[in-house]
Design a protein around this ligand. Structure first.
Ligand SMILES: [Mg+2]
Length: 435
């Protein structure tokens, strides 16, 4: 075996895993969620791993950027960033120019995020290599653990009992369309994982029904922090009507209305009436948008970051510093994901002292895994920060092959919640804000 730790080879493996019929502002989840598994191998035979988006444009960008890494030291993160930025052409539009044109559930899918997403995909795998070389956990490379474990929230969804094109046995969660079913979903998730705060994905049912859902949760779980996230599917007027119905109940109010201007209008009206802070993963999704929020006097008080599109673990630490500077709260957004993303998030969040809220995770909605040892275990709603070298997880090769086979056969290459919803309701327009 060579003693050189220079990067020799990069493997990108698209995977697909089962995903329940979860409702949201855009429509409904398809039966399969896509991710990519990144492996970076050194001449000495070490392999650093990561997990990222698995849609076709991201796979194309990763393939285009991969040659930039060959010959680099795993320690050369700045050089990697420069090479990736040079190879992956910057988009014609900035993220800010997208505002008003489209409202996306998944800011990570904006083309404006391509460079940041690819950098993040490679950075985490290189940090995994660095950790193996230094025999230190990734959190130590980020400054050391400010906490031993990282809290996550119970992420509730309205959902159907099964997919319209159900290609496998229906999930065990059943239907959730009424307040009673929502409370039952929360009880089950909290019993299983021990979460100590609750988030409801809204924007799917009429707002009065969703407000009734939150009020039922407040009654069932007294004192539990509660959040609702309609993904900008409500007008400013509807946003204000709902927050009045939920007075005294919400921990924060996530992306009720579209655009930073819509959020600012909601914030101005709420200032006169109460003090529920606004949170976002839709209107502050990069550093330029962070600045716009500051220029408007910070209508958004809590930034839900996501290292997958903010440019990596170190970029998210820089965001944390900015949040502290402007007295903003910080937490983490999630998409459907498996254990590598979850553990990367855990190292990152452990390294950020002022992480003020339990993080989002879709993890309970997945029942497959790609890491050795299978599903990661929560303790009282938190994940313990790994203390072994690197990320602290390794690939289960058989599982990777199985999930790649899912990808080859599932027929999905780009996430399409709107198209999926039209199978149930051909007249569904996807117009936002809908309510
Ligand atoms: Mg959100």
């Amino acid at each position: 075996m060579s003693t050189s730790h220079a990067i020799r080879h990069i493997r990108i493996t698209p995977i697909a895993f089962r995903d329940p019929p979860l409702l949201n502002a855009a429509g409904i989840h398809e039966p399969w969620a896509l991710r990519s598994i990144i492996e970076i191998e050194t001449a000495s035979g070490l392999v650093g791993i990561n997990e990222s988006y698995g849609d076709q444009p991201m796979l194309d960008a990763l393939a285009k950027a991969a040659p930039a890494l060959v010959g680099l030291s795993p320690w050369a993160l700045n050089a990697m960033e420069q090479r990736v930025a040079a190879l992956v052409a910057p988009p014609a539009q900035t993220a800010s120019e997208f505002l008003g044109q489209q409202v996306s559930l998944a800011p990570g899918t904006h083309v404006s995020k391509t460079v940041a997403k690819v950098i993040s995909a490679f950075e985490v795998a290189m940090l995994d290599l660095q950790g193996q070389l230094a025999q230190a956990p990734v959190v130590d490379l980020l400054g050391g653990a400010a906490r031993d474990s990282v809290p996550f929230s119970a992420y509730l969804f309205y959902k159907y009992a099964e997919h319209i094109d159900q290609p496998y046995a229906p999930d065990a969660w059943g239907e959730a369309l009424t307040p009673a079913q929502l409370v039952a979903q929360a009880r089950r998730m909290i019993a299983q994982y021990g979460f100590q705060s609750i988030k409801l994905k809204g924007g799917a049912l009429p707002p009065d029904q969703e407000a009734a859902g939150i009020l039922a949760l407040a009654q069932a779980f007294p004192g539990m922090p509660l959040r609702i996230d309609p993904n900008a599917n409500w007008t400013v007027q509807t946003s204000l009507k709902v927050v009045r119905q939920l007075r005294g109940v919400l921990e924060y109010y996530e992306d009720p209305a579209p655009g930073l201007e819509g959020m600012a209008a909601v914030a101005r009206a709420m200032e006169r009436e109460g003090d529920v802070p606004l949170a976002t993963n839709m209107v502050v999704t990069d550093f330029a948008e962070f600045r716009r929020n500051v220029d408007l006097g910070c209508p958004v008080k809590i930034v839900l970051s996501d290292h997958h599109y903010w440019g990596g673990l170190r970029a998210t630490q820089r965001l944390a510093t900015l949040c502290k500077t402007f007295d903003l709260g910080l937490s983490m957004h999630s998409n459907s994901h498996l254990g590598i993303s979850l553990v990367a998030m855990t190292h990152l969040c452990a390294s950020v002292p002022q992480l003020t809220y339990a993080c989002d995770t879709h993890y309970p909605w997945q029942d497959e895994e790609v890491v050795e040892g299978g599903r990661l275990q929560f303790e009282q709603g938190s994940l313990r920060v790994p203390t072994t070298a690197g990320l602290g997880v390794t690939l289960d090769r058989e599982a990777l092959a199985r999930l790649h086979d899912n990808y080859l056969h599932c027929g999905i290459r780009n996430r399409d919640d709107l198209g999926q919803m039209r199978k149930y309701d051909p007249g569904f327009t996807g117009r936002q804000p809908r309510f």
